[in-house]
Design a protein around this ligand. Structure first.
Ligand code: MN
Length: 156
């Protein structure tokens, strides 16, 4: 049986603009090599285990940062925890701000963009058992670029 655990929240560098962090959790640069993102970090707040089938992660993009462009079978349930920015949600871009939620269905292209003047930090809930993200092929990019609603935003 697991023991009760508390993890202390703090701001890295103790500045107002400092990164949001939870003590005793590794900070991963996100994502892994071979994908394109900028200024993104990830902390896994709650890992899935035999009693909890989901995983809750905290992602944070620095001002001007963005996540990798990807899609996959698993679902994202997202809550914006700090800052503001934009998010690619399939065929359109959404403005997002603190406390907004996003539901990203299976096989929906998505990418998170922090504003130039603010971090974008968000909680992301996923199933513990999930498929690996797929990155866009050249053909995917050509198809995505036909959509003028998103072509000025996507990065890959
Ligand atoms: Mn994803």
């Amino acid at each position: 049986m697991k023991q009760p655990i508390k993890k202390q929240f703090f701001k890295k560098d103790a500045k107002e603009s400092g990164a949001y962090r939870w003590a005793d959790l590794p900070v991963k640069d996100y994502p892994a090599a071979g994908t394109r993102s900028q200024g993104m970090t990830k902390q896994v707040l709650f890992d899935a285990d035999e009693h909890l089938l989901s995983e809750l992660r905290y992602f944070e993009a620095e001002p001007g940062g963005y996540s990798a462009l990807e899609r996959h079978d698993h679902i994202h349930a997202v809550l914006i925890l700090r800052g503001h920015g934009k998010v690619l949600m399939g065929d359109h871009i959404e403005d997002v701000a603190q406390y907004d939620t996003l539901y990203i269905p299976p096989q929906t292209w998505h990418q998170f963009y922090a504003a130039e003047d603010a971090h974008l930090g968000f909680l992301c809930l996923v199933n513990g058992e999930r498929d690996r993200p797929a990155r866009p092929t050249e053909a995917d990019i050509a198809e995505l670029q036909k959509n003028t609603a998103i072509t000025d935003f996507i990065r890959w």
